[in-house]
Design a protein around this ligand. Sequence first.
Ligand SMILES: [Zn+2]
Length: 407
Amino acid sequence: MVRKINISILLILFILSSFSSFAAETEITYSKTLQQIYNSKNVYTDTQTRLNELNKNYSNITYLFTAGKSVQNRDLTVLKVGKGPKKIFINASHHPREYMGTILTLNQAQYILEAYSNNKIIDGCNIKQLLDNEVSFYFMPLVNPDGVQICVNGSPAYYFNANKVDLNHNCAADWTKRITSTYSTGTSPFSEPETKAVKYLCETVEFDLTIAYHAAGDIIYWYYGQQGAAKTRDLAYANILKDTTGYSLVSTSNYKSSTSGFKDWCVQTLKIPSFTIEIGGKRGITKPIEWSLYNSIWEKNKLVPLRMSKQLLKQTQFNGDKKTALIYKNSLVHLSKDILKQDKKNYISVRDAKILTSNSITETQQYKLKMYSLTINNTYYIDIDYFKNIFNLKYTYDEFTNTIYLE
Ligand SMILES: [Zn+2]
């Protein structure tokens, strides 16, 4: 009898434990909380750590890479979340003292990744379907890591990069040179390594939409001279942002009173919907926003990436053909020729193969490359698997987005 009870208890315990393991969500602990990162003297390192932790915990759907280096040689890190062909770029901290946006974008990435791994539906949106097939988010929480480090180490009002240039007045959108003690556009458009890296990233990945987080004001900038269909398209996004955040839209009149911003360049040159969102209250700021406001900022902005995705997927007219992006650890390059598919094999042009390995190509590799290449439509191609073997590379090829990921 005693034995029978014991077995029943064990059985009940087993059922209970298997039940709870079904219901339990994956709990991931991070080395620092978001609040600790915000209050840190080393926001850069702590942000890097958090991005690495996210990438490690959700490696089946993320990809971490560096878009370039800052003036003081810090990495300009990007976390790609999702595998879909539509691409949304969300960045923060062009202006150091506004680095609450860094925390917000880290949180947005985490929120989406947790929902993905727990197979959740949020705001009517199946996150697994979204990230597997429809959208990729590119989060760049620190556009200006040097400036943020200067800000948190004794200069709370700091507004520039390490060259004392305002990165949000350094883009090629009606840029004019103006340098005073409190204002600096830089010596030429995209003169700074940070803006150069962001420009290259945008041109290479070909985003469908961008968002830049700033502070403060509780306002949304969306206009820079769009006309006709582009204006209608972008106003629709802006209104969704307004409804989601409760922030107001900045008037379209006198839009050229401020020029050479990142959003201005995206709208004018890339011709994509692009938004500057000013979080943190109806006011300007001269030092970082107090942490106590974070929860309300989070509540207003947590659905922003998903709401933008939904609208993007409704948009029937896209921004032309996407080029093939070839992404690898420390940089990002376009292929000059698309990947060619023949007899269930994928071929890369020899020219592109050489570009990728230009720094390390030996004579033997050169010889093998020649030996295994074949001519298709007057271009030399090599089977990606041969290419991988010759250069001893690991890669994954995503046919859906026509992108190679090298390790
Ligand atoms: Zn700003």
